[in-house]
Design a protein around this ligand. Structure first.
Ligand code: KG4
Ligand code: ZN
Length: 340
């Protein structure tokens, strides 16, 4: 079977075709992304109206290219999976309306997919070993930071979330204060490599608090005051980037390990755009090995960390198997869609 995945929740217009063997093994036949990063860069962040306009311009060519590259004809497609939320309302609309139109014209079932669920399912695209349940998933991006207990396929329980900024947002806002550009995560991470440990000290927010919630706005404020006090900060940008990254990564890893222990999971899983961060990937892997030697560790391939369409098709496959499809008239977009 073939699933067409469509993703337009923020600033990437993406489509992909995944082929599935009868045993459920996925093959990514195409993965097309039209990125708007360069366009939004000059504004220092995503401008929703511009994002929407770009999606409308690119969505049909991107879908066409995904089909062409996969060498799959519309008639061969089994179902269309599309991000129904959460995300920017005008961005989501472009993908959802396109998916509805294609489903109507091609007479195909539609599969609404939650964007966060998509990030989680990036782990199921060609995993190195079969993933065992239950899993504790740290899912971190520009819009969300969650600890999700994945009991079995499509059964989620959110046990921790951010009370203010998301982890990716902490990278992005920190980068803005340091004047190093947008999007902040990859830039801070690169600059951090040249920074020295312990040259600067920032707090690890809520590290010792009860429960599994996160908070990153205090870190942002601490960085702001740190920079105000330090006349020479412009000469120490790599050191600030290093400490910002350490503060975010240490907090994320500590809470994830605590949650994984308490829920006695078999797998610890990482997902979302911030999962592209090398320090986070390595430190979480190391800590799981040390503190939870019995547990499996899973992380998505780099290509499926930031927003992409294969992850949406992958989650769509499991939804399709559980008959969670809708007719085109019934597909609803929800910019605050909850994970359930
Ligand atoms: O999942 P994603 O592509 O979009 C949302 O759903 O938000 O995540 C984007 C976020 C941005 O905040 C970006 O700065 C962050 O992921 N990010 C990174 C890295 N690559 C992307 N953060 C830290 N290190 C990276 N290498
Ligand atoms: Zn995302």
């Amino acid at each position: 079977m073939y699933i067409l995945g469509i993703e337009t929740s923020c600033d990437e217009t993406a489509a992909a075709v995944l082929g599935f063997s009868p045993s459920g093994r996925a093959k990514v036949l195409s993965n097309i992304v039209s990125s708007q990063i360069e366009i939004h860069q000059k504004y220092g962040g995503v401008v929703p109206e511009i994002a929407a306009r770009e999606h409308v311009l690119h969505i049909i060519p991107v879908v066409n290219e995904a089909l062409k590259k996969a060498e799959v004809k519309p008639a061969q497609i089994t179902a269309i999976a599309v991000t129904a939320g959460p995300g920017l309302v005008t961005s989501l609309l472009a993908g959802v309306e396109t998916a509805k139109t294609l489903a109507y014209v091609w007479q195909k079932p539609l599969i609404p997919v939650n964007h966060i669920e998509g990030h989680i399912y990036a782990n199921f695209i060609a995993p190195t070993e079969p993933i065992q349940f239950p899993a504790m998933v740290l899912t971190v991006s520009g819009g969300h930071t969650n600890l999700v207990l994945l009991k079995k396929h499509l059964r989620y329980k959110i046990i921790g979330e951010t009370r203010d900024d998301a982890a990716g947002e902490a990278f992005d806002k920190g980068a803005k204060m340091l004047g190093v550009g947008y999007p902040g995560g990859p830039i801070v991470s690169k600059l951090a490599q040249a920074g020295k440990a312990d040259a600067i000290k920032l707090p690890r927010p809520m590290l010792g608090s009860a429960g599994f919630d996160f908070s990153f706005s205090g870190l942002k404020t601490a960085l702001l005051y740190g920079l105000k006090k330090d006349k020479n900060w412009a000469k120490k940008i790599p050191a600030y980037c290093h400490e910002l990254q350490e503060a975010i990564v240490e907090t994320l890893v500590a809470k994830t390990i605590k949650a994984a222990k308490q829920y006695r999971v078999k797998t610890v899983m990482l997902s979302g755009g911030v999962a592209a961060n090398r320090r986070l990937r390595e430190f979480l892997a190391e800590t799981v090995k040390q503190k939870l030697p019995e547990a499996q560790f899973s992380l998505p391939q780099l290509a499926y960390t930031t927003d992409n369409a294969p992850m949406i098709a992958m989650a769509g496959y499991y939804r399709f198997k559980q008959k969670k499809t809708v007719k085109w008239e019934k597909l609803k977009m929800d910019c605050n869609l909850e994970l359930k």
